[in-house]
Design a protein around this ligand. Sequence first.
Ligand SMILES: CC(C)(COP(=O)(O)OP(=O)(O)OC[C@H]1O[C@@H](n2cnc3c(N)ncnc32)[C@H](O)[C@@H]1OP(=O)(O)O)[C@@H](O)C(=O)NCCC(=O)NCCSC(=O)c1cc(O)c2ccccc2c1O
Length: 275
Amino acid sequence: MSPETWTPQGEWTDIRYETTPDGIARITIDRPEVHNAFRPQTLVEVDQALRLAREDERVGVIVLTGAGDRAFCSGGDQRVRGESGYQLDESATGRFHVTDLHVAMRRCPKPIVAMVAGWAIGGGHVLHLVCDLTIAADNARFGQVGPRVGSFDGGYGSSILADLVGPKKAKEIWFLCRQYDAATALEMGLVNTVVPLADLEAETMRWCREMLALSPYALRLSKLSFHAHEDGYAGIQQLAHDANLLFYGTAEAAEGREAFKAKRAPDFTPFPRRP
Ligand SMILES: CC(C)(COP(=O)(O)OP(=O)(O)OC[C@H]1O[C@@H](n2cnc3c(N)ncnc32)[C@H](O)[C@@H]1OP(=O)(O)O)[C@@H](O)C(=O)NCCC(=O)NCCSC(=O)c1cc(O)c2ccccc2c1O
């Protein structure tokens, strides 16, 4: 029985979206009959929920998880995999909706925590990699299966993995398609901590609340600072625009705006040319 007060929001078919009064949002992939494999509809909904959490100024931290304790997520639903990607319906052209979700997760300026019980496999493993932190239960099992089922992820599924565990180990994970238990994942640096399954939610909430107590803008800039390096121009762009957000609040920037509106020349002389 969860001690948390979760308030469900929205109408969904494949996920649940809930919040706590103090600012934690939880997105749960709710397809336990297939170990929470995602189909395109699932990813569309996760993306929508992520946007809700991002836009909601009461929310400070976002948890991504899977329904039940047998799986976080087992990756793409192989039953809807076509010849050009995963299909939203039988007549749809397939594509990889998950890649857009990865980008949205990276762009989200709030910390995203993967809460992993059971399987985090294939594209499900990549989802936890893309989260900022991972709290794992002792029954968690991690791995990539792409080469076994005729797939690979050359995007974040390779680059973040190699950054976390080193290129040799990352290649082992992809080339051999082995499964790794939670203790091994911790040793490899794949996860932040491992706790008994019964403590998973409480421990995740503890980590979330530690972050909620901190400066939201500092956390935002800290997340983007990591991505500025890792995501190249896109990462630098986001960090730069966050600096611009701060600059907009200064008297110096306001002088430029007000001078334009008043159709006069701006006077920037009061502002220091900082050394
Ligand atoms: C995860 C498992 C190792 C668990 O094994 P276990 O024996 O415990 O459970 P079952 O195999 O019996 O599974 C129970 C039930 O769930 C169904 N199921 C599990 N996973 C999936 C799935 N991914 N798709 C559809 N259905 C699934 C399973 O068939 C059973 O159903 P029953 O009706 O028989 O009860 C094991 O389940 C397993 O290995 N699963 C498959 C993992 C997999 O192949 N994942 C996809 C990898 S590819 C991928 O995820 C992927 C997605 C993308 O969007 C990409 C985009 C861009 C690039 C790459 C991408 C990519 O690689």
